[in-house]
Ligand binder design. Structure first.
Ligand code: CMC
Length: 433
């Protein structure tokens, strides 16, 4: 426990006529918790909390969320201010180091990212081994894990090596992402260039070719930069918890972040941005106003959900969705940028927000609802959407990994369970079964 957690008082728990005192604690934003770390040793009981909706798994000073009030802050800075005034590499530095960089610090960080952007030439062959049509998230998770074989992590990490590994991952995830896209469309790989900053470099690797210069549009570069900022961290979400869990075994950081990528892939997490666009395309193709889809999403037997709606933490609104909706509106109102899916998305939101099903369950648009429209406007193919989320989230994962590594001690993540299987029985020879 650090000094930032203030002891409050004690909670009294009565179990089988015996009372136990449990310490209660308060975080810097007034969040309260009951320390149950000695509960089992003292009482023989464990707590049961499927999905950990009520469990604080660690102390962290990276990101603060108040889901009821729709607040999201990185290192204390409101997400709205960062999205408006900052750029992604600056936010990455903030997450990783705890403070906004000075000009010199940011220049050095950017230089390091640029110099780390090339992946080992021998890794290029790997891209040929994946079947055509492979999902780029599968390629990304594999390639990020395989970085550990080209850039082995020493058992004992000094500060300089750790900083370099972090730069490798923040920078190379973008190179790998662009290479996997180029391979999927059968075009030659475009190397990163010292000429460009982070986002321009990525878009150039994605869309230029030896026979076609890619015209970088400033508004698109800005929109993608903002997308990455908004996705850069989100405290103990599914993929970050996976990173912390894998990291707690002291596995190497490439394997650890690959675990994060795999967890992010699922449609209830980062994979939702791809599903939102597929949903909007389907509604557009069928020509309805979305009511039919909403009715299906309300029907538990349909197996459908309104993608891009609902959040485990935000029970009012997702502040990232507000910023993205505004940005989306701005971008798609530019001449030649119109997208009929924006109108469908806005209509769906309007219908859902008036519907008692969504109101009573506090389901609001989340970050994924509008983000796909921005990526579409930038020409990013739908199956790359979650990859873009992963590029954005990489600094967050690494900030959590570093925080864990430099904490008082790394405790391996190992939850308990309530066993509900067979009680003891004895082996029966195969002929007697
Ligand atoms: N459409 C229809 N019903 C929903 C939806 C939805 N999008 N989301 C939740 N519900 C219902 C759910 O069926 C349940 O109803 P009931 O109480 O009658 O059983 C209730 O709302 C609570 O749902 P839950 O699944 O218990 O809530 P959760 O906090 O465990 O799940 C969620 C959060 C994000 C997984 C869920 O809202 C969802 O599946 N949304 C759609 C997928 C999506 O957009 N995911 C992106 C999340 S934001 C980006 C990120 O962090 O990855």
């Amino acid at each position: 426990m650090t000094d930032n957690l203030k002891p409050l008082s004690t909670a009294t728990l009565t179990l089988e006529d015996k009372s136990y005192s449990l310490p209660t604690l308060m975080g810097v934003e007034g969040e309260k918790s009951i320390d149950i770390s000695k509960l089992r040793a003292q009482t023989g009981y464990i707590t049961l909390d499927e999905g950990y909706g009520n469990t604080g798994a660690c102390e962290s000073s990276i990101t603060y969320i108040d889901g009821e009030k729709g607040i999201l802050r990185y290192r204390g800075y409101p997400i709205e201010e960062l999205a408006e005034h900052s750029r992604f590499t600056e936010v990455a530095y903030l997450l990783l180091h705890g403070e906004l960089p000075t000009v010199d610090q940011l220049n050095l960080f950017s230089k390091r990212l640029n110099e780390s952007s090339i992946i080992h030439e021998d890794m290029h062959h790997f891209f040929n081994g994946f079947p055509r049509g492979s999902h780029p998230m599968g390629i990304l998770a594999t390639m990020v894990a395989s970085l550990s074989t080209f850039y082995p992590v020493p058992d004992v990490l000094d500060e300089a090596t750790e900083i370099q590994i972090v730069a490798n991952l923040v920078s190379q995830v973008r190179t790998i992402a662009a290479f996997s896209y180029k391979k999927s469309i059968g075009e030659p790989l475009v190397y990163p260039s010292i000429k460009y900053r982070y986002v321009r470099n990525f878009l150039n690797m994605m869309f230029s070719s030896p026979v076609r210069d890619y015209q970088l549009d400033d508004d698109i570069v800005r929109a993608i930069d903002m997308f990455l900022i908004l996705h850069a961290d989100h405290e103990q979400n599914c993929s970050t918890s996976s990173v912390r869990t894998a990291g707690s075994s002291m596995a190497n950081v490439y394997a650890v972040t690959s675990a994060g990528i795999s967890a992010l892939w699922g449609p209830r997490h980062g994979g939702a941005n791809q599903e939102v666009i597929q949903m909007l395309e389907q509604i557009h193709a069928e020509g309805g106003d979305g009511t039919e889809f909403i009715n299906q999403a309300k029907d538990k037997n349909s197996g459908r959900r309104l993608m891009g709606f609902g959040h485990r933490v935000y029970k009012n609104f997702d502040p990232r969705a507000k910023v993205l909706k505004k940005q989306c509106d701005k971008l798609l109102n530019k001449p030649g940028m119109n997208d009929p899916l924006l109108e469908i998305a806005m209509r769906l939101e309007e219908i859902a927000l008036k519907d008692d099903y969504f109101i009573s369950r506090k389901l609001y648009p989340n970050v994924d609802f509008y983000s796909g429209l921005i990526l579409r406007a930038a020409g990013i193919p739908t199956n790359m959407f979650t990859v873009l989320f992963a590029i954005g989230r990489m600094p967050g994962w690494l900030a959590h990994w570093r925080e864990m590594l430099h904490g008082k001690q790394v405790t391996i993540t190992r939850p308990r369970q309530m066993y509900v299987g067979e009680t003891e029985r004895h082996f029966v020879d195969i002929e007697n079964r």
